[in-house]
Ligand binder design. Structure first.
Ligand code: DGJ
Length: 538
């Protein structure tokens, strides 16, 4: 009897520790980050690059308090190779301890960012014992003109072993220090990987690989139809050879060079990620510097986990669970759509910190069922109480369980509007919801000035029984039957808040001026709100 009870207790303890370890699980229509037995949506913020090097620095600025007040539930914080392994094989995890302790004390989850071999292409976070061995024991990449950037070569066995060993030690440490609590919910491997200065590494080791046969897994990806149009086009233009060196199979072009490098970057990253996962198996991702502003390979961090190279990364780096975009350019909606694919659930670990993020988070969660959203340099976000992201996170926080449920059920939709893309029609249950930027009404004096428009967004959740929950900012919506027969009317609209348990509470009935005498449902520009609509047909 005693033994049975003991077994039961131990099993329960095991299950509960297990439940704390996060994992990515396909649930209905979305892949979700499961934590503590339920989906967890990340309302995140990434610390500025140097902030996590000093606990005193963060504390002196009251960072944790400020993050909690901002509605952030997850902090993305770097772990620096140079600090955790100051001498080869001697580890110092005090910066990690500080993060764990502070995050727990302040009710935050953590996503740790491994600043290992590469940070924005460069290798500035390599420890001094690695740096001092550059060009002897450790290898750097080389440009075609013979210049040597401070970029560790993806072709060096010594490089990848050192990085993988350090990363494995970090993951082992996190498992021991945090495996039962699960404060760390994901880990980013390296940061914005990619070759700069040239589309490919021309070092001796790289040239050897370049002149060697294209490896089997890459060839198989091509011949089994698993590549995308971009890769296929480069292959086709070079004659579609099924064996041969990289030049023989892909020809000589910037695009071909980038494909070659993507394979080797992905392979290196896989070695590092797999070594870490062998110690502690939690979700891992890579982040991507975009090929924006018409730049050519070599001008942006080339061969990183970019959308046009995704099949290579997915094939060669299976330990990487998701590929994530960092958005610092115009065109938020179009960039993120490239990273929201059937086999890649969207997570945005970095987006330039700007007021528009208050709208974008609704769109990312609603339209793409994103796992989460995280503006960069969150510790330097403006402190005003009603800064847009704070308003958005405040509104979203108590609704996250509902949002996760609707994401899995495929019953959530989203639209984003700006001065050029003013309107989107979402068809739900045979009803066209025509969602427009609120300034299209022309009621607000700011409508005159296109520079004042800013981005606005709404998510719509199908609640069943003719009810639709709208959450967002600056969007006005009218409804009509998708088949053009009859009309869709507003039976009622209630302004809603959520209690601490996520249960909807009615604030007030919205009618009259608030819904333009029954003509539309509207969350005005500059305001953030939740409104529950019930429609009828006549
Ligand atoms: C993207 C990088 O991933 C970040 O670490 C940071 O360097 C920003 N760019 C720019 O500040």
């Amino acid at each position: 009897m005693k033994r049975t009870i003991l077994t039961l207790v131990l099993t329960a303890a095991c299950i509960s520790a297990q439940a704390q370890i996060s994992e990515l699980v396909r649930q209905g229509n979305a892949t979700q980050l499961m934590h503590g037995g339920k989906p967890f949506i990340i309302l995140g913020g990434e610390l500025a690059n140097s902030s996590a090097s000093s606990g005193e620095y963060l504390d002196s600025r009251d960072t944790w308090k400020y993050l909690a007040e901002s509605g952030v539930n997850t902090v993305l914080a770097p772990v620096y190779w140079e600090l955790i392994e100051p001498e080869e094989g001697r580890y110092d995890f005090s910066t990690v301890d500080y993060l764990l302790k502070s995050a727990r004390a302040n009710g935050q989850k953590l996503i740790l960012l491994w600043f290992g071999s590469w940070k924005n292409s460069m290798s500035c976070y390599a420890p001094s014992w690695v740096k001092r061995g550059f060009n002897s024991e450790f290898e750097l990449a080389a440009n075609s003109d013979g210049s040597i950037p401070e970029i560790m070569s993806a072709f060096s066995e010594r490089n990848v072993r050192a990085d993988a060993k350090a990363f494995a030690s970090l993951m082992k440490y996190i498992r021991k220090a945090d495996g039962s609590e699960g404060t760390v919910i994901m880990v980013q491997v390296e940061n914005e990987i990619g070759m700069l200065g040239d589309a490919r590494d021309h070092s001796r080791l790289a040239q050897n690989a370049y002149n060697s046969p294209v490896p089997y897994d890459m060839m198989y990806m091509l011949t089994s139809g698993k590549a995308n149009d971009h890769i296929n086009d480069v292959w086709k233009a070079a004659g579609k050879a099924t064996t041969g060196s990289w030049k023989e199979v892909f020809g000589s072009s910037l695009e071909a060079d980038e494909i070659f490098m993507a394979y080797w970057y992905a392979r290196y990253t896989e070695r590092v990620a797999a070594a870490g996962k062998a110690e502690y198996d939690i979700p891992m991702f890579v982040n991507t510097a975009l090929n924006s502003r018409g730049r050519k390979a070599g001008e942006y961090p080339s061969a990183g986990p970019l959308a046009h190279l995704m099949p290579i990364w997915k094939t060669v780096a299976p330990s990487i669970d998701i590929i994530c975009p960092d958005i610092y350019d115009k065109g938020f909606a179009s960039w993120i759509s490239q990273y929201a694919t059937a086999d890649n659930q969207l997570f945005i670990p970095e987006v330039r910190q700007e007021p528009e993020n208050g709208a974008r988070v609704f769109y990312a969660l609603g339209h793409h069922a994103a796992i989460g959203f995280s503006p960069f340099s969150i510790d330097n976000m403006p402190q005003e109480k009603d800064y847009p992201l704070k308003k958005a996170y405040e509104l979203l926080t108590p609704a996250l369980d509902l949002i996760a449920e609707k994401q899995a059920a495929g019953k959530i939709y989203g639209m984003l509007a700006d001065a050029t893309e003013k309107e989107t029609v979402l068809t739900i249950n045979g009803i066209d919801f025509k969602c427009r930027h609120d300034l299209t009404l022309g009621w607000n004096p700011e409508a005159e000035d296109p520079d004042k428009w800013g981005e606005t967004a709404v998510m719509i959740m199908d609640m069943g029984n003719d009810m639709y929950l709208f959450m967002g900012t600056g969007v006005v919506t009218t409804m009509s039957p998708a088949d053009g027969r009859g009309r869709v009317g507003i039976e009622r609209i209630d302004e809603i808040s959520f209690d601490d348990y996520g249960k909807m509470q009615k604030i007030r009935r919205l009618n009259g001026d608030e819904n333009h005498q029954g003509r539309h449902i509207r969350i005005p520009f500059g305001e953030y709100g939740a409104q529950l609509l019930k429609v009828y047909r006549y």
